[in-house]
Design a protein. Structure first.
Length: 119
């Protein structure tokens, strides 16, 4: 069974950077894509970016460009999400999710990790 577990959330200060991890188990990677999303209180879930596991190519939401970086470590079956220059509006629950490829819907989701940015 595929499992995704996010970690690295918590309380951070505005202007800081954070790195979230997504540990993936029970899965063999081929052309999968792993994406990052977030959902702020009272708002819809927002796509932030994704990485293609086989090539390492990334795509970021235009709203996040310049502040976000996604990478993977094949040896650790882990995908990382880094966000710089945090703002209070970055407060949200952050999720990682896996899709069979970059064109398919995300069908496996983690439970999320909460990030709170204080001003």
């Amino acid at each position: 069974q595929v499992q995704l577990v996010e970690s690295g959330g918590g309380l951070v200060q505005a202007g800081d950077s954070l790195r979230l991890s997504c540990l993936i188990s029970g899965h063999t990677f081929n052309n999968d894509a792993v994406g990052w999303f977030r959902q702020a209180p009272g708002k819809e879930r927002e796509f932030l970016g994704r990485i293609a596991w086989s090539t390492g190519s990334t795509y970021y939401s235009p709203s996040m460009k310049g502040r976000v970086s996604i990478s993977r470590d094949g040896a650790k079956n882990t995908v990382y999400f880094e966000l710089n220059n945090l703002k209070p509006e970055d407060t949200a629950v952050y999720y990682c999710a896996a899709a069979p490829n970059t064109y398919s819907p995300y069908n496996f989701w983690g439970r999320g990790t909460r990030v709170t940015v204080s001003s």
